[in-house]
Design a binder for this molecule. Structure first.
Ligand code: NAD
Length: 499
Protein backbone atom coordinates (compact mmCIF):
# COMPACT_ATOMS: atom_id res chain seq x y z
CA UNK A 1 0.00 0.00 0.00
CA UNK A 2 1.39 3.41 -0.92
CA UNK A 3 1.07 6.65 1.04
CA UNK A 4 -1.47 7.82 -1.52
CA UNK A 5 -3.67 4.78 -0.94
CA UNK A 6 -3.96 5.74 2.73
CA UNK A 7 -4.78 9.41 2.06
CA UNK A 8 -8.32 10.77 1.60
CA UNK A 9 -9.17 11.48 -2.05
CA UNK A 10 -9.03 15.26 -1.49
CA UNK A 11 -5.36 14.90 -0.54
CA UNK A 12 -4.44 12.85 -3.59
CA UNK A 13 -3.42 13.51 -7.12
CA UNK A 14 -5.00 10.96 -9.45
CA UNK A 15 -3.74 10.75 -13.03
CA UNK A 16 -5.74 9.55 -16.01
CA UNK A 17 -4.67 8.20 -19.36
CA UNK A 18 -5.64 10.87 -21.93
CA UNK A 19 -6.30 8.10 -24.48
CA UNK A 20 -9.12 6.35 -22.60
CA UNK A 21 -9.53 8.46 -19.41
CA UNK A 22 -8.74 5.37 -17.27
CA UNK A 23 -6.97 6.14 -13.95
CA UNK A 24 -3.22 5.53 -14.07
CA UNK A 25 -2.04 6.27 -10.53
CA UNK A 26 -2.71 7.93 -7.18
CA UNK A 27 -0.07 10.11 -5.54
CA UNK A 28 0.02 12.18 -2.35
CA UNK A 29 -0.99 15.83 -2.66
CA UNK A 30 1.90 17.24 -0.66
CA UNK A 31 1.16 20.35 1.37
CA UNK A 32 2.29 22.12 4.51
CA UNK A 33 4.50 19.89 6.60
CA UNK A 34 4.99 17.43 3.70
CA UNK A 35 6.86 20.08 1.73
CA UNK A 36 8.97 21.10 4.73
CA UNK A 37 9.75 17.44 5.42
CA UNK A 38 10.86 16.81 1.81
CA UNK A 39 13.18 19.83 1.90
CA UNK A 40 14.54 18.87 5.35
CA UNK A 41 15.38 15.38 4.08
CA UNK A 42 17.00 16.84 0.97
CA UNK A 43 19.11 19.19 3.14
CA UNK A 44 20.56 16.21 4.96
CA UNK A 45 21.11 14.50 1.61
CA UNK A 46 22.79 17.62 0.22
CA UNK A 47 25.48 17.56 2.91
CA UNK A 48 26.28 13.92 2.22
CA UNK A 49 26.23 14.49 -1.55
CA UNK A 50 28.45 17.55 -1.45
CA UNK A 51 31.02 15.66 0.66
CA UNK A 52 31.23 12.91 -1.97
CA UNK A 53 33.24 15.08 -4.34
CA UNK A 54 33.21 14.99 -8.13
CA UNK A 55 34.54 11.46 -8.70
CA UNK A 56 32.10 9.70 -6.38
CA UNK A 57 29.18 11.78 -7.61
CA UNK A 58 30.04 10.86 -11.18
CA UNK A 59 30.06 7.15 -10.26
CA UNK A 60 26.71 7.40 -8.44
CA UNK A 61 25.09 9.34 -11.28
CA UNK A 62 26.27 6.85 -13.89
CA UNK A 63 25.03 3.95 -11.75
CA UNK A 64 21.64 5.67 -11.45
CA UNK A 65 21.68 6.16 -15.22
CA UNK A 66 22.14 2.40 -15.68
CA UNK A 67 19.16 1.69 -13.44
CA UNK A 68 17.03 4.09 -15.46
CA UNK A 69 18.22 2.49 -18.69
CA UNK A 70 17.42 -0.99 -17.36
CA UNK A 71 13.84 0.10 -16.69
CA UNK A 72 13.41 2.14 -19.88
CA UNK A 73 10.50 0.05 -21.18
CA UNK A 74 8.61 0.37 -17.90
CA UNK A 75 9.33 4.11 -17.71
CA UNK A 76 8.22 4.63 -21.33
CA UNK A 77 4.96 2.83 -20.56
CA UNK A 78 4.39 5.15 -17.60
CA UNK A 79 5.20 8.31 -19.57
CA UNK A 80 2.96 7.15 -22.38
CA UNK A 81 0.09 6.33 -19.99
CA UNK A 82 0.11 9.74 -18.28
CA UNK A 83 0.75 11.93 -21.34
CA UNK A 84 -1.02 9.89 -24.02
CA UNK A 85 2.02 10.09 -26.31
CA UNK A 86 3.03 7.02 -28.37
CA UNK A 87 5.35 4.56 -26.64
CA UNK A 88 8.06 5.19 -29.26
CA UNK A 89 8.04 8.94 -28.49
CA UNK A 90 8.44 8.14 -24.80
CA UNK A 91 11.42 5.86 -25.52
CA UNK A 92 13.03 8.60 -27.59
CA UNK A 93 12.49 11.01 -24.69
CA UNK A 94 14.31 8.59 -22.37
CA UNK A 95 17.24 8.23 -24.77
CA UNK A 96 17.66 12.00 -25.06
CA UNK A 97 17.41 12.37 -21.28
CA UNK A 98 20.09 9.78 -20.56
CA UNK A 99 22.47 11.48 -23.01
CA UNK A 100 22.24 14.66 -20.91
CA UNK A 101 22.64 12.80 -17.61
CA UNK A 102 25.74 11.10 -19.00
CA UNK A 103 27.26 14.40 -20.14
CA UNK A 104 26.51 16.19 -16.87
CA UNK A 105 28.02 13.36 -14.81
CA UNK A 106 31.17 13.17 -16.93
CA UNK A 107 31.82 16.89 -17.36
CA UNK A 108 30.98 18.36 -13.94
CA UNK A 109 34.54 18.15 -12.63
CA UNK A 110 36.10 19.67 -15.76
CA UNK A 111 33.64 22.58 -15.79
CA UNK A 112 33.25 23.26 -12.07
CA UNK A 113 36.54 22.49 -10.35
CA UNK A 114 38.32 25.50 -8.89
CA UNK A 115 40.43 27.16 -11.58
CA UNK A 116 43.15 29.75 -11.61
CA UNK A 117 42.62 33.06 -13.38
CA UNK A 118 45.20 35.68 -14.23
CA UNK A 119 45.52 38.32 -11.52
CA UNK A 120 47.14 40.82 -13.91
CA UNK A 121 50.36 42.74 -13.79
CA UNK A 122 49.57 45.08 -10.91
CA UNK A 123 48.20 42.28 -8.74
CA UNK A 124 51.05 39.85 -9.42
CA UNK A 125 51.14 39.02 -5.69
CA UNK A 126 47.59 37.58 -5.73
CA UNK A 127 46.89 33.96 -6.59
CA UNK A 128 43.35 34.23 -8.00
CA UNK A 129 40.94 31.31 -8.33
CA UNK A 130 37.26 30.83 -9.16
CA UNK A 131 35.19 28.03 -7.65
CA UNK A 132 31.63 26.85 -8.24
CA UNK A 133 29.76 25.73 -5.15
CA UNK A 134 26.39 24.00 -5.06
CA UNK A 135 23.49 26.06 -3.74
CA UNK A 136 22.26 23.29 -1.44
CA UNK A 137 18.70 22.22 -2.27
CA UNK A 138 17.33 23.00 -5.73
CA UNK A 139 13.56 22.90 -6.24
CA UNK A 140 12.74 21.62 -9.73
CA UNK A 141 9.18 22.34 -10.91
CA UNK A 142 8.28 20.55 -14.12
CA UNK A 143 5.64 20.51 -16.87
CA UNK A 144 3.73 17.55 -18.32
CA UNK A 145 4.61 17.64 -22.03
CA UNK A 146 8.03 15.98 -21.68
CA UNK A 147 7.73 14.84 -18.07
CA UNK A 148 11.19 13.24 -18.07
CA UNK A 149 13.40 15.09 -20.55
CA UNK A 150 12.40 18.60 -19.51
CA UNK A 151 12.83 18.43 -15.71
CA UNK A 152 15.86 16.14 -16.05
CA UNK A 153 17.53 18.95 -18.01
CA UNK A 154 17.65 20.72 -14.65
CA UNK A 155 17.88 17.71 -12.30
CA UNK A 156 20.88 16.06 -14.01
CA UNK A 157 22.91 19.25 -14.04
CA UNK A 158 21.88 20.34 -10.53
CA UNK A 159 22.85 16.95 -9.09
CA UNK A 160 26.12 16.78 -11.01
CA UNK A 161 26.97 20.21 -9.59
CA UNK A 162 26.59 18.80 -6.06
CA UNK A 163 23.07 19.92 -5.12
CA UNK A 164 20.24 17.87 -3.72
CA UNK A 165 16.96 18.19 -5.62
CA UNK A 166 13.31 18.23 -4.59
CA UNK A 167 11.37 17.54 -7.77
CA UNK A 168 7.75 18.74 -7.98
CA UNK A 169 6.35 17.31 -11.22
CA UNK A 170 3.19 18.47 -12.97
CA UNK A 171 0.01 17.16 -11.36
CA UNK A 172 -0.78 15.56 -14.74
CA UNK A 173 2.43 13.48 -14.77
CA UNK A 174 3.79 12.63 -11.30
CA UNK A 175 4.54 9.01 -12.29
CA UNK A 176 7.98 9.49 -13.90
CA UNK A 177 9.11 11.67 -10.95
CA UNK A 178 8.22 9.00 -8.39
CA UNK A 179 9.78 6.31 -10.60
CA UNK A 180 13.04 8.29 -10.93
CA UNK A 181 13.26 8.84 -7.17
CA UNK A 182 12.68 5.11 -6.56
CA UNK A 183 15.54 4.23 -8.93
CA UNK A 184 17.67 6.79 -7.09
CA UNK A 185 16.86 5.21 -3.73
CA UNK A 186 17.87 1.80 -5.11
CA UNK A 187 21.05 3.03 -6.79
CA UNK A 188 22.33 5.58 -4.28
CA UNK A 189 20.17 5.32 -1.16
CA UNK A 190 20.37 8.85 0.30
CA UNK A 191 17.73 11.60 0.12
CA UNK A 192 19.52 13.51 -2.58
CA UNK A 193 16.67 13.30 -5.09
CA UNK A 194 13.25 13.61 -3.45
CA UNK A 195 9.99 13.48 -5.45
CA UNK A 196 7.25 15.76 -4.12
CA UNK A 197 3.92 15.17 -5.81
CA UNK A 198 1.24 17.84 -5.68
CA UNK A 199 -0.28 20.81 -7.46
CA UNK A 200 0.48 24.49 -7.99
CA UNK A 201 0.13 25.26 -4.26
CA UNK A 202 2.73 22.55 -3.52
CA UNK A 203 5.03 24.20 -6.05
CA UNK A 204 4.48 27.66 -4.54
CA UNK A 205 5.39 26.36 -1.09
CA UNK A 206 8.48 24.66 -2.45
CA UNK A 207 9.64 27.97 -3.92
CA UNK A 208 9.66 29.43 -0.39
CA UNK A 209 11.76 26.60 1.05
CA UNK A 210 14.70 25.96 -1.28
CA UNK A 211 17.95 27.69 -2.26
CA UNK A 212 17.37 27.82 -6.03
CA UNK A 213 14.41 27.19 -8.30
CA UNK A 214 14.47 25.57 -11.73
CA UNK A 215 11.04 26.21 -13.20
CA UNK A 216 9.79 24.85 -16.51
CA UNK A 217 6.24 25.67 -17.54
CA UNK A 218 4.14 28.50 -18.87
CA UNK A 219 5.21 32.13 -18.88
CA UNK A 220 2.18 33.04 -16.74
CA UNK A 221 3.17 30.61 -13.98
CA UNK A 222 6.84 31.66 -14.18
CA UNK A 223 5.76 35.21 -13.27
CA UNK A 224 3.97 33.91 -10.16
CA UNK A 225 6.97 31.76 -9.21
CA UNK A 226 9.30 34.73 -9.61
CA UNK A 227 7.19 36.93 -7.40
CA UNK A 228 7.30 34.35 -4.59
CA UNK A 229 11.03 33.75 -5.15
CA UNK A 230 11.56 37.52 -4.88
CA UNK A 231 10.48 37.44 -1.20
CA UNK A 232 13.74 35.70 -0.24
CA UNK A 233 15.70 36.76 -3.34
CA UNK A 234 15.87 33.07 -4.26
CA UNK A 235 17.55 32.72 -7.66
CA UNK A 236 15.55 31.10 -10.44
CA UNK A 237 16.07 29.68 -13.90
CA UNK A 238 12.88 29.98 -15.94
CA UNK A 239 12.20 27.81 -18.99
CA UNK A 240 8.89 29.02 -20.40
CA UNK A 241 6.72 28.98 -23.47
CA UNK A 242 7.52 29.85 -27.07
CA UNK A 243 6.10 30.65 -30.49
CA UNK A 244 8.93 29.28 -32.58
CA UNK A 245 9.21 30.23 -36.23
CA UNK A 246 10.77 28.38 -39.14
CA UNK A 247 12.21 30.59 -41.89
CA UNK A 248 12.37 29.10 -45.39
CA UNK A 249 14.52 30.83 -48.04
CA UNK A 250 14.05 30.50 -51.83
CA UNK A 251 17.05 28.16 -52.14
CA UNK A 252 15.99 25.81 -49.30
CA UNK A 253 15.67 22.05 -49.76
CA UNK A 254 11.86 22.12 -49.75
CA UNK A 255 11.37 18.40 -49.15
CA UNK A 256 13.53 18.55 -46.07
CA UNK A 257 11.88 21.79 -44.90
CA UNK A 258 8.42 20.24 -45.32
CA UNK A 259 9.48 17.12 -43.38
CA UNK A 260 10.64 19.32 -40.54
CA UNK A 261 7.53 21.55 -40.59
CA UNK A 262 5.39 18.47 -40.04
CA UNK A 263 7.73 16.93 -37.46
CA UNK A 264 8.16 20.22 -35.59
CA UNK A 265 4.51 21.29 -35.70
CA UNK A 266 2.67 17.98 -35.31
CA UNK A 267 5.07 15.80 -33.28
CA UNK A 268 3.75 15.20 -29.74
CA UNK A 269 0.48 16.74 -31.01
CA UNK A 270 2.22 20.13 -31.10
CA UNK A 271 2.79 20.04 -27.33
CA UNK A 272 6.45 20.98 -27.58
CA UNK A 273 7.82 24.25 -26.22
CA UNK A 274 10.24 24.42 -29.18
CA UNK A 275 7.72 23.09 -31.71
CA UNK A 276 7.19 24.91 -35.01
CA UNK A 277 4.11 27.13 -34.68
CA UNK A 278 4.85 29.62 -37.48
CA UNK A 279 6.51 29.28 -40.89
CA UNK A 280 7.72 32.26 -42.92
CA UNK A 281 8.43 31.21 -46.47
CA UNK A 282 9.80 33.37 -49.28
CA UNK A 283 7.08 34.04 -51.88
CA UNK A 284 8.78 32.33 -54.86
CA UNK A 285 8.66 28.91 -53.16
CA UNK A 286 5.57 29.41 -51.04
CA UNK A 287 3.18 27.26 -53.14
CA UNK A 288 5.75 24.44 -53.45
CA UNK A 289 6.33 24.36 -49.71
CA UNK A 290 2.63 24.43 -48.81
CA UNK A 291 1.93 21.57 -51.27
CA UNK A 292 4.75 19.48 -49.78
CA UNK A 293 3.56 20.13 -46.21
CA UNK A 294 -0.02 19.19 -47.07
CA UNK A 295 1.12 16.01 -48.86
CA UNK A 296 2.94 14.91 -45.68
CA UNK A 297 0.17 15.94 -43.28
CA UNK A 298 -2.27 13.83 -45.31
CA UNK A 299 -0.19 10.79 -44.42
CA UNK A 300 -0.38 11.37 -40.66
CA UNK A 301 -2.27 8.75 -38.66
CA UNK A 302 -4.03 10.11 -35.60
CA UNK A 303 -6.05 7.07 -34.65
CA UNK A 304 -5.73 3.29 -34.86
CA UNK A 305 -3.12 1.12 -33.15
CA UNK A 306 -0.02 3.04 -34.26
CA UNK A 307 -0.78 6.77 -34.39
CA UNK A 308 1.86 9.42 -35.12
CA UNK A 309 0.71 11.38 -32.08
CA UNK A 310 -1.75 11.10 -29.23
CA UNK A 311 -4.45 13.22 -27.62
CA UNK A 312 -3.97 16.57 -25.92
CA UNK A 313 -2.58 15.71 -22.49
CA UNK A 314 -4.28 18.62 -20.72
CA UNK A 315 -8.04 18.63 -21.47
CA UNK A 316 -8.35 22.45 -21.39
CA UNK A 317 -5.68 22.80 -24.10
CA UNK A 318 -8.25 21.63 -26.66
CA UNK A 319 -10.13 24.92 -26.12
CA UNK A 320 -6.99 26.98 -26.66
CA UNK A 321 -6.25 25.16 -29.92
CA UNK A 322 -9.88 25.60 -31.09
CA UNK A 323 -9.71 29.34 -30.35
CA UNK A 324 -6.45 29.66 -32.29
CA UNK A 325 -7.79 27.70 -35.26
CA UNK A 326 -10.89 29.94 -35.32
CA UNK A 327 -8.72 32.98 -35.01
CA UNK A 328 -6.35 31.87 -37.79
CA UNK A 329 -9.28 31.18 -40.11
CA UNK A 330 -10.69 34.67 -39.60
CA UNK A 331 -7.94 36.09 -41.81
CA UNK A 332 -6.21 33.04 -43.29
CA UNK A 333 -7.11 30.10 -45.52
CA UNK A 334 -7.14 26.44 -44.51
CA UNK A 335 -4.62 24.41 -46.51
CA UNK A 336 -5.41 21.33 -44.44
CA UNK A 337 -7.98 20.65 -41.71
CA UNK A 338 -9.94 23.37 -39.96
CA UNK A 339 -12.51 23.88 -37.24
CA UNK A 340 -13.75 20.28 -37.55
CA UNK A 341 -10.26 19.00 -36.77
CA UNK A 342 -10.80 20.11 -33.16
CA UNK A 343 -13.63 17.77 -32.28
CA UNK A 344 -12.35 15.64 -29.39
CA UNK A 345 -9.30 15.10 -27.25
CA UNK A 346 -7.28 14.03 -30.33
CA UNK A 347 -6.92 17.12 -32.50
CA UNK A 348 -6.36 16.59 -36.21
CA UNK A 349 -3.54 18.48 -37.93
CA UNK A 350 -4.39 21.97 -39.16
CA UNK A 351 -2.39 24.05 -41.66
CA UNK A 352 -3.51 27.63 -42.24
CA UNK A 353 -1.86 30.07 -44.65
CA UNK A 354 -1.60 33.87 -44.80
CA UNK A 355 -2.84 34.68 -41.32
CA UNK A 356 -2.80 38.26 -39.98
CA UNK A 357 0.35 38.83 -37.97
CA UNK A 358 -1.50 40.40 -35.05
CA UNK A 359 -3.80 37.40 -34.54
CA UNK A 360 -3.61 35.18 -31.45
CA UNK A 361 -2.65 32.23 -33.68
CA UNK A 362 0.53 34.09 -34.68
CA UNK A 363 1.28 35.89 -31.43
CA UNK A 364 0.47 33.39 -28.65
CA UNK A 365 1.57 29.86 -27.86
CA UNK A 366 -0.96 27.34 -29.29
CA UNK A 367 0.60 24.10 -28.00
CA UNK A 368 -1.40 22.00 -30.46
CA UNK A 369 -1.13 20.58 -33.99
CA UNK A 370 -1.77 23.89 -35.76
CA UNK A 371 0.81 25.53 -38.00
CA UNK A 372 0.52 28.92 -39.69
CA UNK A 373 2.40 29.41 -42.97
CA UNK A 374 2.85 33.06 -43.95
CA UNK A 375 4.53 34.49 -47.03
CA UNK A 376 7.41 36.98 -46.98
CA UNK A 377 9.44 38.77 -49.64
CA UNK A 378 12.87 37.91 -48.21
CA UNK A 379 14.73 36.16 -45.42
CA UNK A 380 15.24 39.57 -43.79
CA UNK A 381 11.49 40.08 -43.60
CA UNK A 382 11.12 36.56 -42.20
CA UNK A 383 13.58 37.42 -39.41
CA UNK A 384 11.72 40.63 -38.65
CA UNK A 385 8.39 38.83 -38.33
CA UNK A 386 9.87 35.93 -36.39
CA UNK A 387 11.18 38.43 -33.83
CA UNK A 388 7.84 40.23 -33.51
CA UNK A 389 6.34 38.25 -30.60
CA UNK A 390 6.93 38.44 -26.86
CA UNK A 391 8.63 35.03 -26.99
CA UNK A 392 12.18 34.07 -27.88
CA UNK A 393 12.77 30.36 -27.34
CA UNK A 394 13.88 28.68 -30.59
CA UNK A 395 13.89 29.37 -34.31
CA UNK A 396 14.91 27.48 -37.45
CA UNK A 397 16.36 28.66 -40.76
CA UNK A 398 16.27 26.65 -43.98
CA UNK A 399 18.67 27.74 -46.74
CA UNK A 400 21.66 26.30 -48.60
CA UNK A 401 23.52 29.60 -48.25
CA UNK A 402 25.71 29.31 -45.15
CA UNK A 403 26.33 33.06 -45.02
CA UNK A 404 22.61 33.88 -45.17
CA UNK A 405 21.89 31.25 -42.51
CA UNK A 406 24.52 32.70 -40.19
CA UNK A 407 23.27 36.26 -40.69
CA UNK A 408 19.70 35.16 -39.94
CA UNK A 409 20.83 33.17 -36.88
CA UNK A 410 22.65 36.27 -35.59
CA UNK A 411 19.59 38.49 -36.12
CA UNK A 412 17.03 36.12 -34.56
CA UNK A 413 16.14 36.97 -30.97
CA UNK A 414 15.98 33.43 -29.64
CA UNK A 415 17.85 31.22 -27.21
CA UNK A 416 18.58 28.56 -29.82
CA UNK A 417 18.63 28.53 -33.62
CA UNK A 418 18.75 25.43 -35.79
CA UNK A 419 19.87 25.58 -39.40
CA UNK A 420 18.31 23.07 -41.83
CA UNK A 421 16.64 21.12 -39.02
CA UNK A 422 14.34 21.65 -36.09
CA UNK A 423 15.12 20.34 -32.62
CA UNK A 424 18.62 19.44 -33.85
CA UNK A 425 20.08 20.80 -30.61
CA UNK A 426 17.98 18.71 -28.20
CA UNK A 427 20.39 15.78 -28.03
CA UNK A 428 23.59 17.87 -28.10
CA UNK A 429 24.29 17.94 -24.39
CA UNK A 430 27.11 20.48 -24.67
CA UNK A 431 24.71 23.12 -26.05
CA UNK A 432 23.10 25.30 -23.38
CA UNK A 433 19.33 25.66 -23.66
CA UNK A 434 16.98 28.44 -22.63
CA UNK A 435 15.06 31.42 -23.91
CA UNK A 436 15.11 35.20 -24.11
CA UNK A 437 12.28 37.70 -23.59
CA UNK A 438 9.17 36.04 -22.12
CA UNK A 439 10.47 32.57 -22.94
CA UNK A 440 12.60 32.82 -19.82
CA UNK A 441 16.19 33.25 -18.70
CA UNK A 442 19.07 31.26 -17.34
CA UNK A 443 20.35 28.12 -19.02
CA UNK A 444 20.13 24.37 -18.58
CA UNK A 445 22.34 21.82 -20.42
CA UNK A 446 26.05 22.11 -21.20
CA UNK A 447 28.69 23.89 -19.16
CA UNK A 448 26.38 26.90 -18.64
CA UNK A 449 23.74 24.49 -17.35
CA UNK A 450 26.15 23.13 -14.75
CA UNK A 451 27.18 26.63 -13.68
CA UNK A 452 23.50 27.66 -13.45
CA UNK A 453 23.24 25.44 -10.36
CA UNK A 454 26.28 26.89 -8.57
CA UNK A 455 27.14 29.97 -6.60
CA UNK A 456 30.43 31.39 -7.79
CA UNK A 457 33.08 31.91 -5.14
CA UNK A 458 36.24 33.87 -5.90
CA UNK A 459 39.37 33.51 -3.79
CA UNK A 460 42.36 35.85 -3.93
CA UNK A 461 45.35 34.54 -1.92
CA UNK A 462 48.14 37.01 -1.28
CA UNK A 463 51.43 35.24 -1.92
CA UNK A 464 53.81 38.06 -0.93
CA UNK A 465 53.76 41.72 -0.03
CA UNK A 466 53.43 43.91 -3.13
CA UNK A 467 56.27 46.24 -4.05
CA UNK A 468 53.63 48.90 -4.67
CA UNK A 469 51.51 48.34 -1.58
CA UNK A 470 48.18 50.15 -1.94
CA UNK A 471 46.13 48.01 0.45
CA UNK A 472 47.27 49.87 3.55
CA UNK A 473 46.26 52.91 5.56
CA UNK A 474 49.89 53.98 5.45
CA UNK A 475 50.39 54.61 1.76
CA UNK A 476 53.38 56.78 1.03
CA UNK A 477 53.47 59.92 -1.14
CA UNK A 478 55.93 58.05 -3.36
CA UNK A 479 53.40 55.23 -3.92
CA UNK A 480 50.67 57.71 -4.82
CA UNK A 481 53.00 59.53 -7.19
CA UNK A 482 53.61 56.19 -8.94
CA UNK A 483 49.85 55.56 -9.15
CA UNK A 484 49.26 58.98 -10.69
CA UNK A 485 51.86 58.18 -13.38
CA UNK A 486 50.54 54.67 -13.97
CA UNK A 487 46.89 55.64 -14.64
CA UNK A 488 47.53 57.27 -18.04
CA UNK A 489 50.20 54.66 -18.89
CA UNK A 490 47.86 51.73 -18.25
CA UNK A 491 44.50 53.13 -19.30
CA UNK A 492 45.00 56.29 -21.30
CA UNK A 493 46.59 55.14 -24.54
CA UNK A 494 43.67 53.88 -26.67
CA UNK A 495 43.31 55.69 -30.01
CA UNK A 496 39.85 56.83 -31.20
CA UNK A 497 38.21 54.21 -33.44
CA UNK A 498 38.61 54.75 -37.19
CA UNK A 499 35.29 55.49 -38.91
P1 NAD B 1 2.23 25.30 -15.99
O1 NAD B 1 2.88 26.62 -15.92
O2 NAD B 1 0.76 25.21 -15.90
O3 NAD B 1 2.77 24.35 -14.81
C1 NAD B 1 4.14 24.05 -14.68
C2 NAD B 1 4.41 23.57 -13.27
O4 NAD B 1 4.22 24.66 -12.36
C3 NAD B 1 3.50 22.45 -12.77
O5 NAD B 1 4.29 21.53 -12.06
C4 NAD B 1 2.54 23.17 -11.85
O6 NAD B 1 2.01 22.34 -10.83
C5 NAD B 1 3.43 24.23 -11.26
N1 NAD B 1 2.74 25.40 -10.72
C6 NAD B 1 1.53 25.90 -11.06
N2 NAD B 1 1.29 27.01 -10.35
C7 NAD B 1 2.36 27.23 -9.56
C8 NAD B 1 2.70 28.24 -8.62
N3 NAD B 1 1.89 29.25 -8.37
N4 NAD B 1 3.89 28.15 -8.00
C9 NAD B 1 4.76 27.14 -8.28
N5 NAD B 1 4.48 26.15 -9.15
C10 NAD B 1 3.29 26.21 -9.79
O7 NAD B 1 2.78 24.64 -17.33
P2 NAD B 1 2.37 23.25 -17.99
O8 NAD B 1 1.01 23.40 -18.58
O9 NAD B 1 2.63 22.15 -17.04
O10 NAD B 1 3.44 23.11 -19.17
C11 NAD B 1 3.27 23.66 -20.45
C12 NAD B 1 4.09 24.92 -20.59
O11 NAD B 1 5.45 24.62 -20.34
C13 NAD B 1 4.07 25.47 -22.01
O12 NAD B 1 3.95 26.87 -21.94
C14 NAD B 1 5.43 25.08 -22.56
O13 NAD B 1 5.90 25.90 -23.59
C15 NAD B 1 6.28 25.16 -21.34
N6 NAD B 1 7.50 24.36 -21.50
C16 NAD B 1 8.69 25.01 -21.63
C17 NAD B 1 9.85 24.28 -21.81
C18 NAD B 1 11.19 24.97 -21.94
O14 NAD B 1 12.18 24.30 -21.75
N7 NAD B 1 11.25 26.26 -22.23
C19 NAD B 1 9.79 22.89 -21.85
C20 NAD B 1 8.58 22.27 -21.73
C21 NAD B 1 7.42 23.01 -21.54
Amino acid sequence: MTLADQAPAAQQVTTHNPVDSEPVGHYPLAQGADVEDAVRRARAGATWWQNQGFAARRAHLLHWKSRIAAGAEELATLISAETGKPHGDALLEIMLTLGHLDWAAKNARRVLRRRKVSAGLINYNQHATVGYEPYGVVGVIGPWNYPLYTPMGSISYALAAGNAVVFKPSELTPGPAVWLAERWAEAVGHDVLVALTGDGATGAQLVRSVDKIAFTGSTATAKKVMSVAAEQLTPIVAECGGKDAMLVAADADLDSAADFVVFGAMGNAGQTCVGVERVYVVDTVRDDLVARVVERVERLRIDGPDPHYGPMTMPSQVDVVRDHVDDALRTGSAAFGGRDSVAGRVVGPVVVTDVAEDSAAVQHETFGPLVVINTVASLDEAVERANATVYGLGAAVFTKDKGAATRAADALRAGVVTINSVLGFAGVAALPFGGVKQSGFGRIHGADGLREFCAVKSVARQTRRAALNLLTMERTDKDMHTVARMIPMLHGRAKPPRN
